[in-house]
Design a protein around this ligand. Structure first.
Ligand code: ZN
Length: 107
């Protein structure tokens, strides 16, 4: 999920450095009014994604985490390496404004 969009999105990114890619990703998230993306723990590659402005129903929110995970993974695969993987480590739940934490695994 989110892979096609992630691939399209990554095509617009010119960077190949993880932190720059995340910056671009966060900018996209913000500019499209989805919410905010920020580092939870930069050392351990943990990223917090918040979808505060998304007016989604409960069912949509259940789809959101796998979607975000897939989207982020696709972007990183495209810009950095095919070996990158992303896993959600902490789920903020289904409430609006909840923050989910995703861990990035580099090869
Ligand atoms: Zn979640």
């Amino acid at each position: 999920m989110g892979h096609q969009l992630g691939t399209d999105l990554a095509a617009g990114f010119v960077c190949s450095d993880l932190f720059t890619v995340i910056e671009e990703f966060a900018k996209f998230w913000k500019e499209n009014g989805i919410g905010k993306v920020e580092w939870k723990k930069k050392d351990s590659m943990e990223l917090a994604i918040c979808t505060s402005q998304m007016s989604a129903g409960e069912e949509d929110r259940q789809m959101l985490c796998p979607f975000e995970e897939g989207l982020l993974e696709a972007v990183l695969k495209k810009t950095l390496s095919e070996q990158v993987s992303v896993k959600e480590t902490t789920c903020g739940g289904k409430l609006t404004g909840a923050e989910c934490v995703f861990k990035i695994y580099l090869p």
